[in-house]
Write a protein that binds this ligand. Structure first.
Ligand code: ASP
Length: 355
């Protein structure tokens, strides 16, 4: 990876400043550094995922190498994490909302057909990504929410189950006992609440994207969302353009971290558009992080140096096989699989604690 450390502001400005000016309405450039189209069968295949997706990238890459379609491959990969009771950010064992109910968000997108499916605030279903896939494959809709999404899942024969594990229930009760400054309800003087509300609030999600040797890309994002959220809260994960999008001619971007910041900036869509103008995955990811930082002005969301006090991560793949993980805060890692195997790689980041 070319920038495994703190991203140089000078380098960013030199390569990217002019391209940022018109975001997100830039026309796509035909020349320049835009991903080059390779012949079918000759693209260097790659799978990227969040740090909790090491097993997922391995399985996804293996399936893809055997000829499985990229969408089926990424969903099979994240299903492992959705079913893992020890991952408290996704599916079974995910941390619940403020009433102790696990509510899940997921989206999937298939590059070759440019179709998407998503579910939000879905309860009692272990693998929401499979329900999102059914929305994509069997309906003319893109997003189903709440009770409607659950009805749809059950109509498709998917079994309801209790997703709260003993350990997630205990974590929720502990949070409830210590609630006062840590919920999502802003007081009359919201700045009064300081930054404590956002510090130590568990978050987590898995995003996984795959590019096969034919240059086809698909991706999935799935999550139990922000822990102890207000019931019905929908994050960025199931929103096409925020939690993910793919443009099969350009690349893909997916996100984890503070969903509200992503929703306010539609970052993943913007990043893919920037790659379409010729930016590398690193440059595009850093550009949108800078945009988020410049739009974050409320003091409850800023640290003592005026930097966003929350995490936000992007996982990007370009059509030609370049890839990157970028993070608001580092150092941090993400998961990658290529023909050299699966591993964690360092993310590029904007800020580091103690600096
Ligand atoms: N982005 C997710 C959400 O806001 C949470 C996370 O990734 O930590 O629901």
């Amino acid at each position: 990876m070319p920038f495994p450390r703190f991203y140089s502001r000078r380098k960013f400005l030199a390569t990217a400043a002019s391209l940022m000016a018109g975001l997100p309405l830039l026309p796509r450039l035909k020349a320049g550094g835009a991903p080059t189209l390779q012949k079918r069968g000759q693209t260097p295949a790659v799978v990227v995922s969040s740090a909790n997706g090491l097993k997922a990238v391995k399985v996804t890459y293996r399936l893809m190498s055997k000829g499985t379609d990229t969408l089926e491959a990424v969903i099979s990969g994240v299903n492992l994490v959705e079913s893992d009771p020890n991952d408290r950010s996704v599916g079974y064992g995910g941390l619940p909302n403020e009433e102790g109910v696990v509510e899940l968000d997921s989206a999937v997108m298939h590059g070759p057909t440019h179709r998407a499916g998503a579910v939000a605030a879905l309860r009692n279903i272990r693998k929401p990504s499979r329900v999102a896939q059914l929305v994509l494959e069997t309906t003319d809709h893109v997003l189903l929410v709440g009770a409607g999404a659950l009805k749809f899942a059950k109509a498709n024969g998917i079994r309801e189950e209790e997703l709260l594990t003993e350990s997630s229930r205990k974590a929720w009760l502990k949070w409830k006992r210590n609630l006062s400054r840590g919920d999502d309800w802003l007081s009359d003087d919201e700045e009064d609440r300081g930054i404590a509300r956002h510090v130590g609030r568990p978050t987590g999600t898995i995003h996984c994207a795959a590019l096969n040797s034919d240059g086809d890309i698909s991706c999935v994002t799935t999550t139990s969302g922000l822990a102890y959220k207000i019931p019905g809260r929908v994050g960025d994960s199931p929103i096409i353009g925020a939690g993910l999008p793919v443009d099969n001619a350009i690349g893909s971007c997916g996100s984890t971290g503070r969903g509200e910041a992503n929703l306010q900036n539609l970052c993943s869509f913007a990043a893919v558009e920037l790659m379409g103008t010729g930016m590398s995955p690193e440059e595009a990811g850093i550009a949108v992080l800078r945009r988020v930082a410049s739009h974050t002005t409320q003091s409850r969301l800023l640290d003592e140096k005026g930097r966003p006090n929350f995490g936000l991560m992007f996982y990007l793949i370009a059509k030609d096989g370049r890839y990157a993980g970028v993070s608001m805060w580092g150092p941090d890692k993400y998961s990658v699989a290529t023909r050299k195997g699966s591993r964690h790689e360092e993310m590029v980041y904007l800020y580091t604690r103690g600096s």
